[in-house]
Write a protein that binds this ligand. Structure first.
Ligand code: NAD
Length: 502
């Protein structure tokens, strides 16, 4: 197949390539080169921040309606290249084309459309007199230049989640996509250019995290750093940002529990578990990773999940009949395999899967859908992010035990409870320590609702109007009402000058 061509760097409206080391984008389904580019150097990153800073005054001064008009056109531009976006996303990540055409691309476009509307609803609270002599009002203002770092698991969606709320609120931004999946973020920026986004509002740099990413995070001109990625790198980013005291938004790893109570609809739970653990080949921060199943349903649940997993068709990502593509890279596949092997060595058993497939598929970074039983709660496979098509199932006896096990990891991004009992469902919604709790489902997200974690999964929200809490700041304006030059409160400082005693 021919290599994809894309411009890897956009600074102040000028496209180009980096001047640093050459980097290869690999198609993980074949191991073949899909694209090549040069990393942006630290001085190129500095120029991108400069480009964003230059564009800030004009963009932040645009009316919400003017900003929204550009974003409405951006949604239409993306729609017009939806097939190209899906093909490029599939090529650089190995996602099945059915997933990119039905989820990644339309989900991204919907998010753009949402922020086009939300941009016009930014407001402070109504003014009021909280002191008898003053009217207080709240102004909601953008921050300045935002530096954003995105991961590889949903490259287009993550770029949209980072860029849209930032620019809708009047900020300008420098985005660094993951080094192995840079193509669709540049396509987003090209569409933004066609939509009339002014030069410098969106800037792109590409390159390795430790070099290009860290140069961005360390830039003292950033008003905010917004990071989505692993907990480990997020903590590094937080440490670098802390040197400048830069405001932070961290969307980090997850280890979502999937709790099946004894009154659950077993068929729904089985289908839900397979879909939620295998979506995006398990490379989803909210994927179901730990199924806690009431002991009375455990055998039937694990048998049902294993049977359904065996029907999942691994294959070439561009084939619309393919259910499951490869992992994003051979490195990621080997990491998943090593974690499963270690779990098995510690006493877990693979009911199905537990290995990379042979034959034609061995050219790619494939791994079979895997159900593990017999892992202990404290083991790495239950406690740490695997980010692969792997579900561990563990039995429980009481509701209290189920909730305790579900909450017993460092993470707190997402969780689900499967029950037909309204009281149990309400308890689960209250007790589960996660940014999202699903009842009788697991995975769906929606632009109007917030996404974000707690505990080691980070803080702050993506999507929805809540994300404006990250990308804006409020200012209190207190206007004096009496026009009296000598105010009573001055007497707390000086008593001369004939101040009124009020
Ligand atoms: P990663 O942490 O390895 O990399 C994320 C980004 O950080 C990449 O762009 C990388 O180049 C950059 N980076 C690496 N080192 C850096 C440094 N020192 N300074 C600045 N930037 C640096 O994550 P990944 O492997 O690309 O993505 C998978 C991870 O992302 C998983 O942990 C997953 O749970 C998480 N994730 C979380 C959410 C969420 O909403 N919470 C969404 C998607 C992915």
């Amino acid at each position: 197949m021919t290599e994809m061509k894309f411009p890897s760097r956009l600074v102040g409206g000028r496209w180009g390539d980096g001047e640093g080391e050459p980097l290869v984008v690999t198609d993980p389904s074949t191991g073949e080169k899909a694209a090549e580019y040069a990393a942006s150097t630290p001085s190129q990153v500095a120029a991108a921040v400069g480009g964003a800073a230059e564009a800030y005054a004009e963009w932040s001064g645009a009316t919400p309606g003017e900003r929204a008009a550009v974003l409405v056109r951006l949604a239409a531009e993306l729609e017009s290249v939806a097939d190209d976006l899906a093909a490029a996303e599939t090529r650089q990540t190995g996602k099945p084309i059915r997933l990119t055409t039905r989820f990644d691309v339309p989900g991204s476009i919907d998010n753009v459309a949402f922020f086009a509307g939300a941009a016009r609803h930014l407001e402070g609270r109504a003014a009021g007199e909280y002191s008898a002599d003053h009217t207080s009002s709240i102004r909601r203002e953008p921050l300045g230049v935002v530096g954003s770092i995105a991961p590889w698991n949903y490259p287009l969606q993550m770029a949209v989640w980072k860029v849209l709320p930032a620019i809708a609120a009047g900020n300008t931004i420098v985005l660094k996509p993951a080094e192995n999946t840079p193509v669709t973020a540049s396509m987003l920026a090209e569409a933004a250019e066609r939509a009339g986004l002014p030069d410098g509002v969106l800037n792109i740099v590409n390159g390795p995290g430790a070099l290009t990413g860290e140069a961005l995070v360390a830039d003292p001109r950033l008003a905010m750093t917004s990071f989505t990625g692993s907990t480990e790198v997020g903590r590094r980013v937080a440490a670098v940002a802390a040197r400048n005291g830069t405001r932070l938004h961290l969307e980090l790893g997850g280890k979502a529990p999937f709790v099946v109570f004894d009154d659950a609809d077993l068929e729904a739970a089985v289908h839900g578990a397979v879909a939620a653990s295998l979506v995006n080949t398990g490379q989803d921060c909210t994927a179901a990773t730990r199924a806690y199943v009431h002991e009375s349903l455990f055998e039937a649940f694990t048998a049902g999940v294993a049977d359904l997993m065996r029907t999942v068709r691994l294959g070439p990502p561009a084939d619309s009949a393919t259910d499951l593509g490869p992992l994003v890279s051979f490195r990621q596949r080997d990491r998943v395999a090593a974690m499963v092997d270690a779990a098995v060595a510690e006493g877990a058993r693979a009911v199905t899967g537990g290995r990379a497939p042979g034959g034609e598929l061995s050219r790619g970074a494939y791994y079979e859908p895997t159900l593990l039983v017999g892992a202990s709660q404290g083991s790495a496979i239950v406690q740490q992010e695997v980010f692969g098509p792997v579900l561990a199932a563990l039995p429980f006896r009481t509701d209290e035990e189920a909730f305790a096990l579900a909450n017993d990891t460092a993470f707190g991004l997402a969780a689900s409870a499967w029950t037909r009992d309204v009281y149990r469902a309400q308890t689960a919604a209250r007790v589960l320590q996660a940014g999202t709790v699903w009842i009788n489902d697991h995975i769906p997200i929606i632009s109007e609702m917030p996404h974000g974690g707690r505990k080691a999964s980070g803080y702050g929200k993506d999507m929805s109007a809540y994300t404006f809490e990250e990308y804006t700041q409020v200012k209190h304006v207190m206007a004096e009402l009496t026009a009296e030059p000598r105010k009573a409160w001055h007497r707390t400082v000086f008593t001369g000058g004939g101040h009124a005693e009020r």
